[in-house]
Structures are given as C-alpha cells and as structure tokens.
Design a protein around this ligand. Structure first.
Ligand code: NAI
Ligand code: MG
Length: 357
C-alpha cells in the first residue's frame, strides 16, 4: 500500500518525561488515524537515570544500532539529580544525540497561547508569534582552547569561537527558508559585531550573502544586548530570529519565558537534510518536584509532536494539533495546575486528543 508511515523512536526518560510522553503519543496516534498515516513506534528505556542505576551508563554502547534509523526521535526529559549528577545524565544522553546526529538547528516557537498568562503586560494571544533558530554545533561552544600555567601567576585560559562557512551558511539558510514560508517573511539576526570584532562581522557578512539568495525575505540585525530588550519591549516585531550557539541559547530561553509557563514550550533539534534523525522534546526538564503526581502539563510534549509532524511533512495534522491545543488551553477546566487549573496530565492530554476530532 502507499500509506504514509513514520518510524518514531520514543524515549520518555526521567520524572515527568514518563508522564507526559503517553499524552504526546496519544495525540500523535489520534492525528495519525484522522489524517491517514501510520506511526511505527519503538520505545526505549535508556537515556534515563533508572537505566544508569542498572547499567552504570545512560545508554548502551550500541545505542545507535538499538535506535536504528527512525524518521524522528520523540523525547521526554532526562535528569534525576538525586541519583545521577546532571552533567552525567545530560552528556550521556541528549547531547550524544545532538552531536552524533548533527542536529545543527535548535528550533523553538515563541507564541503566546490562550489561557497562558503573559508575563509581559498588555499582550494578547496573536500579539507574539515568532521562531528562534539557534546554531547548535559550533560557535562559542567550542572545544578549542585550554589552560596554561595553571595555579601560577601566569595562569591563562583561552576558549576560541569557531565559525565555519559551512556551519554558518547552513543554519542561515534554514532560517531564511523558514522565514520565506511565513506570512511576514522577515528575518532578524542576532549579532555583536561592534564588540566581538572578528567572528560577528563574519556572521553579519554571511547573513548578507545568504540573504541575497532570498530577495522576497526582508532582514535586519540587532546587537544581542538591545535584542534581548526588544524581546521584552516589542516582541510583536519578530518573525524568525537567528543566532549563533550562545546568542541563540539565551534567546531561546528568553523568548518562551516572555510567553509564560515552561510547561507548554516545545523544541526541535533538527538535521534538516534528514541524513540523521531529528529530535523533538519539550523545553522543560524532568521536574522532580512534581514527578509522580500526575499533574505535569502535557502541552510541551504534545506541541513537540506537532513540530515533529511538521518536520515529517504532515503539516495539516500539525496545524490541527495546534488548534486542538489552543482550544483546550482556552478551557479553564482542562488546564493543569501550573495554569491555575485542576486537570490531571492525562485528562488534559485526553481533552486535546478529543478536540482533534
Ligand atoms: P524543570 O524544567 O524540570 O523544572 C523547573 C520548574 O518548572 C519546576 O518547578 C517544575 O515543576 C516546573 N515544570 C517543568 N515542567 C513542567 C510541566 N510540564 N508542568 C508543570 N510544571 C512544570 O527544570 P529543573 O528543575 O531545573 O531540572 C530538573 C531536571 O531536569 C534536572 O535533572 C535537569 O538536568 C533536567 N533537565 C532536562 C532537560 C531536558 O531533558 N531537555 C531540560 C532541562 C532540565
Ligand atoms: Mg538553555
């Protein structure tokens, strides 16, 4: 048959990851049945601190074989600091995927949703709706550098920013492509070429060069310091914002924070060419403080499912999930506790699946 089918590696991880993942899958399966595609799911118990307790490592040595070649990875959250230090759990799992699968785009929506109180005064749903695109593999987060003469008066510490033409151009092309698909067709670049006077003028120069390939997309640039202020003061100004690894890291936390609770924010770690699988996960962590109570907000996981479907080419299903999410968030009785509601994780997930159709 010619039924569209997608293989998904499902990795719930730790804490509330185990609670929100079933809701993400519930909505994904409902979308599949409505829009006529199939989900082949393979669940994995690694990338989780229970696995670490049993095996002394976060993942099996042959994790790549275990995962195989799925069309995408659907991830919950990893981390249980009482038993495994965070740098061990994070480096042993999530960061392995990002590196080994060359997921060079980190993508996060910044969208004010109904039912989510906005920390910025006077903003309504519809006012804030943009994307942050972060370079995810090079830039300021490099392993080039070192310490010399440690513990002496000459102690010197150096860490170099690494920008490659390939690395910069490919993330810029992704961001311009994304802007081109949007109504406003506008790209904003984060820079600091006045102070960081070698790599950032290079970044700016590549923005101009790649921008010339997209005559229908307008673009501007802001220095990172004033750009953070603009996120707070004039968030309606933005459409697609692209930044280097460090600037993108900051903006991709600040953006979603400007639109409310961490419980609803999703993200993608994307290998756009599809040579390797991309990974979709909520922005939040494993929330040990509320884990096991069935009160976690599943929307971040469910919105991540919508991003995953968009990436897989199921744009209609993705849009339908987002409409269902908005409808449920607008219903006070269906909201979880972080949104001043009393609904449980699975009640909220079921409401979204029902709203789908
Ligand atoms: P966190 O995101 O787990 O929790 C921060 C606060 O937000 C907590 O009060 C939590 O209850 C609340 N919260 C988070 N998600 C929620 C949801 N869906 N519904 C309702 N409330 C929610 O961040 P934290 O506490 O700094 O880290 C806990 C663990 O998670 C650590 O081990 C950390 O390393 C890990 N972590 C993992 C991430 C990932 O897997 N990508 C990302 C961030 C943290
Ligand atoms: Mg961050």
């Amino acid at each position: 048959s010619n039924t569209r089918s997608y293989s998904i590696a499902v990795i719930p991880g730790d804490g509330i990851g185990k609670e929100v993942m079933p809701e993400g899958m519930r909505v994904l399966e409902k979308a599949a049945s409505i829009f006529g595609f199939e989900i082949e799911q393979k669940w994995h118990d690694f990338a989780c601190c229970d696995y670490y307790a049993r095996h002394g490592k976060m993942m099996p040595d042959n994790w790549k074989e275990e995962i195989g070649r799925p069309d995408a990875i659907f991830f919950g959250a990893v981390g249980w600091p009482d038993t495994v230090p965070d740098h061990v759990s994070l480096w042993g799992s999530l960061l392995q995927f990002r590196r080994e699968y060359d997921q060079y785009v980190n993508l996060r929506p910044v969208r004010l949703m109904p039912g989510v109180p906005c920390p910025l005064a006077g903003r309504e749903p519809g006012d804030i709706d943009f994307w942050v695109v972060r370079e995810n593999t090079e830039g300021e987060y490099s392993s080039v550098g070192g310490i010399m003469f440690p513990n002496t008066d000459r102690e010197v510490v150096i860490q170099e920013t690494v920008m490659t033409r390939i690395g910069v151009d490919r993330v810029l092309r992704y961001a311009f492509d994304l802007a081109q698909k949007r109504e406003r067709k506008h790209l904003t670049s984060a820079t600091k070429s006045n102070g960081i006077a070698i790599t950032m003028p290079y970044w700016d120069q590549r923005v101009e060069a790649i921008g010339a390939e997209y005559p229908d997309v307008s673009h501007d640039k802001y220095h990172i310091d004033i750009l953070t202020a603009q996120f707070v003061l004039n968030p309606d100004r933005f459409d697609v914002v692209v930044g280097s690894n460090l600037f993108g890291d900051i903006l991709s936390d600040l953006g979603p924070a400007c639109t409310g609770t961490i419980g609803v924010a999703p993200s993608g770690n994307i290998n756009p060419e599809g040579i390797h699988p991309s990974l979709f996960e909520p922005v939040h962590g494993s929330a040990p403080d509320i884990a096991g109570q069935g009160i976690a907000n599943p929307v971040g996981q469910i919105w991540s499912a919508a991003m995953m479907l968009e990436h897989l080419g199921e744009a209609e299903a993705a849009a339908a999930i987002m409409r269902a999410v908005e409808q449920v968030l607008a219903t006070p009785s269906a909201r979880t506790r972080d949104l001043k509601g009393a609904a449980s994780t699975d009640a909220c997930g079921k409401a979204i699946a029902e709203a789908l159709g």
